[in-house]
Design a protein around this ligand. Structure first.
Ligand code: SAM
Length: 349
């Protein structure tokens, strides 16, 4: 196969100059060649393994007002819910029986969940499932809070930086939120010893190729264990109701670029890909992703964790979706691995 010079350089150097990166982002690339190169890179490090993370969306209350998000505090039509500790532990039990060895507790920034409550929950899960990893994704907290969660047994934390460009950050968030604090959180989490996942939405309102370049440089500096990206998808009850969603093919191109630039990273085929296209997550796997985060939340609350329109997997039972997912991953040429699935990225802080 005749590769373009940019794809060839990505394969050999795992980096491009700023000018080359902007050209890569703005000029058409041979998709088939790019995805084949990314798939080969992923197989070099992770083979055909797909790691699973059981996602438990335990609260959709949020004190923040991010302009893009359907569960923002300012959406009066969002029907709010919180899972009880018992419900959360049931999700874990069901997930464990299916082979999940990582549980991701994700939610809005819900003040009801004090540090004491989060620590009690994390300790209970850690005591019951010592062979599992506990991931938190509950937003921006103080270093002391992150330390307490770590001491209780949490070992991973997902916090997308969303955008590394201050002016773009301002377009996406109200004044009371700052990019500096988001970055401070990520550095604190790494310093404590968490395996950190960061990332951004693709095609969020106002995003430019220069913003994406800054995102990639930020990630090169951070070296997170996981990089989570997915297309931005519009929600009608947000200030961005009239904005266009991100583009699927461009988002897949970004996945492939990330795989070639961050060969050892975990890169999830996020729910947003599946929500944009029936085969979206399989396409992301073929473009270089190697993680999936199926939903373990009780079926009755799934549709309420309504970040964006047409979110998938709102109706299926965990066991039912696990069976169909296994078949779909196999059909795409990959294999589910039932272990904790640690990242090969080792960042010393
Ligand atoms: N509160 C936590 C936080 O801030 O990290 C976790 C929950 S937050 C809803 C999880 C992620 O959803 C965000 O990092 C954001 O990138 C993504 N998200 C929110 N609204 C979205 C949208 N309209 N389209 C695509 N992704 C979206």
């Amino acid at each position: 196969m005749c590769l373009s010079p940019l794809i060839e350089k990505l394969q050999s150097a795992h980096d491009l100059t700023d000018t080359e990166l902007l050209a890569f982002l703005t000029e058409p690339q041979d998709e088939a060649a790019l995805f084949a190169a990314a798939d080969a890179e992923r197989r070099k490090w992770y083979g055909d393994a797909v790691y699973l993370r059981g996602l438990i969306e335990f609260t959709n209350y949020c004190k923040n007002n991010c302009y893009y998000c359907g569960i923002r505090a300012g959406n009066p039509h969002a029907e709010r819910y919180r899972l009880t500790d018992t419900q959360i532990l049931e999700c874990c039990a069901q997930g464990y029986a299916l082979g999940y060895r990582t549980f991701v507790l994700q939610g809005g920034e819900d003040p009801y969940y004090t540090d004491d409550k989060i620590c009690a929950l994390v300790s209970a899960i850690a005591a019951k499932y010592p062979d599992c990893r506990i991931t938190l994704s509950i937003g921006e907290k103080s270093r002391e809070s992150y330390q307490r969660y770590y001491d209780a047994g949490a070992r991973r934390y997902l916090l997308r930086h969303e955008t590394a460009s201050p002016e773009h950050y301002r377009k996406l968030h109200p004044e009371c939120m700052t990019l500096e604090n988001r970055k401070r959180c990520l550095r604190d989490l790494q310093a404590i010893g968490y395996q950190v996942g960061s990332g951004f939405m693709i095609g969020s309102p106002g995003q430019t190729p220069e913003n994406l370049l800054a995102d990639i440089r930020f990630l090169q500096n951070l070296q997170p264990a996981m990089i989570g990206v997915g297309p931005y998808i519009t929600h009608s009850e947000t200030p961005f109701a009239d904005q266009m969603s991100g583009d699927l093919h461009f988002s897949l191109k970004i996945i492939a670029l990330l795989r070639l630039m961050f060969p050892k990273s975990l890169i999830p085929a996020t729910t947003a890909f599946g929500s944009m296209h029936p085969q979206g997550r399989e396409l992301a796997l073929k473009a270089g992703s190697n993680v999936m985060m199926p939903n373990l939340s009780p079926t009755e609350v799934r549709k309420l964790y309504d970040l964006y329109e047409n979110k998938i997997c709102v109706g299926e039972e965990a066991a039912q979706s696990f069976r169909s997912l296994t078949a779909r991953i196999q059909a795409a040429g990959y294999r589910i691995v039932s272990d904790v699935g640690d990242s090969l990225v080792t960042k010393s802080t």
